[in-house]
Design a protein around this ligand. Sequence first.
Ligand SMILES: Nc1nc2c(c(=O)[nH]1)N[C@H]1C(S)=C(S)[C@@H](COP(=O)(O)O)O[C@H]1N2
Ligand SMILES: [Mo]
Length: 435
Amino acid sequence: MERGIHELYADDPERAAGLLWGQRSVSRRQFLRQNAVRSLAFALGASIPFGHQFPGTLIPAAFAQSDKPFEIEGKEGLRVLNDRPLNAETLPHFLDDEVTPTNRLFIRNNGLIPEIAKKQDISNWQLQIDGEVEKPLTLSMQDLKTKFPQVTAQLILECAGNGRAAYYPKASGNQWTYGAIGCPVWTGVRLKDVLEAAGVRRSAVYTAYYGLDIHPSGDLQKTVISRGTPMAKALEETTLLAYAMNGEPLSPYHGFPVRLVCPGYPGSASGKWLKRIWIRDQVHDGPKMTGSSYRTPQYPVAPGTKVPKGDMKIIEQMPVKSLITFPESGIEIAAAQRQSVTCRGSAWTGSGNITAVHVSYDFGQTWVAAKLSPPRNTYAWQRWEAKLALPSKGYYEIWARATDSTGKMQPMVVPGWNPKGYLNNAAHRIAVSVV
Ligand SMILES: Nc1nc2c(c(=O)[nH]1)N[C@H]1C(S)=C(S)[C@@H](COP(=O)(O)O)O[C@H]1N2
Ligand SMILES: [Mo]
C-alpha cells in the first residue's frame, strides 16, 4: 500500500503537483514539465495531447478515479519525498517487523544510482583503501569475502534529518517525518579488520568515503557526498563494510555492491556504492562534511537564528528515539476491545542501549512501562510492547517515550531548533478512537 494521491493532494497540492509533474523550480519548469508529461503519459499508458495546458495543482482525473498510488519498484509502504534524487520514507506502521525487510527500508539518495548498481555487475569493481596506511589495498569482492572474517549483525540506519518536517521555522531539505529509519540485518566485514590489514598509521585522524553515485547535475567529475568518522568510530566492531542486507546482495537503492554501515551515527556516515576509503590526517572536509551539513550549533540557539559556520559542530552519536509501529495511527477500536489494546514499536539510541519505554494514553499524565526486548546485538533496535486498558469510548492519543542507558529520555516537544533541522527525537504519537 503506497501513499495515495488524494492524501498527497489533501496535504499539499503544490507539492503533490510537483511530485507528479516534476515542477519544482520556475527556471527549470518548462523542461521538467515536458519530462513529467512524458512520464505521466507513460504511467497512464496513453499520450496526453494537451499535457502542457494541465493546471499544476489539479489531480489528473485518471488518478483521481483509480486512486493510483506512487510506486517505487521493489518497495512497499514508502512515501516519496523527492523523485530525483529519489528520497522516500517508510510509514511507521510499515516498520512493525523486528527486522526491517528490504522492501520497507527508506531511501535517501543525494545523487543518482550508479550504473554498476543498476546492472549488478561487479566484474570491474574494486575498493581502494589508501591515505594514512602502511600498505594501501585494492580489494575485489572475492578479497573481501575470503580474506576477512564475515560478520552478520542487525544494525540501525537513521538519517540525521529524520523528523525535520516538525521544525519551525522550516528547515530546507527533504521533509522527513518519522520514517527515515530502519534496522535490517547486514552481512559484510568489519572496517576495522580491513584497516588493520592496511596498517593504520599513528597520523590517522578520520576516514573519508567515496561512492560511485552520480551528481544530480550529471557532472561526472563532481562528488555527490563524501563523509567519514573519527578513527575510534571506524574501528568499532559494529562499523561494517556490508555486501549483503537481509541475506541478499545489497539492492541498487542501498549501495550495491558494498556500503558502510556505521550504526549510531547519522545515516550519512554509511556511504553507499563504495569505491574508496581514504584515511586522513585531519578531520575530513569532503562535500557534505563542512558548513552546516550534518552539523548543529555548538550552543542552543533560538529558532530561526543565523549561526556562523565556525559555531557549528559535526553530529556524532544520534539521540534516543522510538516509534509506535502498531496500531496504525487513526484506527478505530470497537468498545468491546478497549480493555486490552495491544500497542508495540521499536526504540533505539546512538549511545548504549534502551533501558525503558513508557507509554501514555492520557496526554502524558500517567505512563506505563512497556515490556522491552533486549537488542539482538549492539546497535540493533529493541522492540517494545504494552497492553493498554482505555477507560471509555472517545479519542485517545498514544504516546511513547524511550530512555537510554546514558539516562537520556525523548522530549515530548520538538527539541532544539537548528538551521538544517537535524536530530528531532520528539516522542511519537498516534491517534486511536474507541467507538
Ligand atoms: N554514496 C552515497 N552514500 C550515501 C548517500 C548518498 O547519497 N550517496 N546518502 C547517505 C544518507 S544521507 C543516508 S541517510 C543513508 C541512507 O541509506 P539508505 O538509502 O540505504 O536508506 O545513506 C548515506 N550514504
Ligand atoms: Mo541522511
